[in-house]
Design a protein around this ligand. Structure first.
Ligand SMILES: CC(C)(COP(=O)(O)OP(=O)(O)OC[C@H]1O[C@@H](n2cnc3c(N)ncnc32)[C@H](O)[C@@H]1OP(=O)(O)O)[C@@H](O)C(=O)NCCC(=O)NCCS
Length: 217
């Protein structure tokens, strides 16, 4: 039997997850938020701050990471790491309208949102998001904590490393890699490898910000 879930976070991404969980007929105990007295979300009540999770034993509930990201995945990853260390498990959430080839491998806590398509040979690492309407074609690797934002397209054989963000509507051509913690801006078209720790935008995509020293890339 599936365990009841607690959603971490009370923002927009959390709301979409609550909606998806209810559609999947999961039992949602509540959500926790920085504002411990936040109003109910889609009829689901706020249980308090993050500490409220600890009143439920790890074996009695599953968690859902409702912290979204528009660039850096650091806060989202921190939530996942912190509660995993405490012994909690993160539920995998797959919207019923997503098309996921049976061969796709997924880590725990993966979130596949409405209308996403994932083709065979691809894998999605723990705590990663494949957001609304995104397309992951064949043989792609989406590493842990990465976020493929709404409408983004990965052609075949693309690699997206840990914590990278592929912005809304961006396209990555076949066989290209995006390095860890890099950000691909909304609408970008990536035609060459992107190193770790940079922000790249435009058509074709060009690097505008480097957040890691060259020797760390
Ligand atoms: C790329 C991005 C992270 C840059 O954000 P930022 O670091 O705050 O940068 P700024 O907004 O200061 O922009 C810096 C420059 O890049 C340009 N720029 C920013 N985003 C751009 C984009 N997506 N495409 C083209 N140019 C872009 C700006 O016009 C600006 O140019 P200028 O210096 O000539 O004025 C952000 O614009 C973006 O696209 N984020 C993705 C959002 C997303 O995917 N959301 C999904 C939520 S689910």
């Amino acid at each position: 039997m599936e365990l009841p879930v607690i959603v971490i976070g009370g923002g927009g991404h959390a709301k979409v997850l609550v909606s998806t969980l209810l559609l999947c007929r999961r039992s949602v105990l509540g959500f926790v938020d920085l504002n411990p007295t936040a109003p109910p979300m889609l009829g689901i009540r706020c249980l308090g701050s993050d500490a409220a999770v600890l009143s439920h034993a790890p074996g009695d509930v599953q968690l859902v990471n409702g912290v979204g990201s528009t660039g850096s995945a650091a806060i989202r990853q921190d939530v996942y790491d912190r509660f995993t260390r405490e012994g909690y498990c993160f539920a995998t959430v797959i919207h019923p309208s997503a098309i996921v080839a049976p061969e796709v491998k997924m880590g725990d806590g993966v979130q596949i949102m409405a209308g996403a398509i994932l083709q065979p040979g691809s894998s999605v690492g723990s705590n990663a998001i494949v957001n609304t309407g995104a397309i992951i074609d064949h043989d792609c690797v989406v590493a842990a904590h990465a976020h493929i934002a709404p409408g983004a397209v990965l052609s075949g054989g693309v690699r997206v490393d840990s914590g990278a963000h592929i912005g809304t509507g961006a396209c990555i051509i076949q066989g290209v890699s995006v390095g860890a913690a890099s950000v691909v801006g909304a609408g970008a078209v990536v035609i060459t490898d992107v190193p770790a720790g940079v922000t790249t935008v435009g058509v074709p995509a060009k690097t505008i910000i480097r957040t890691l020293a060259p020797n760390l890339r």
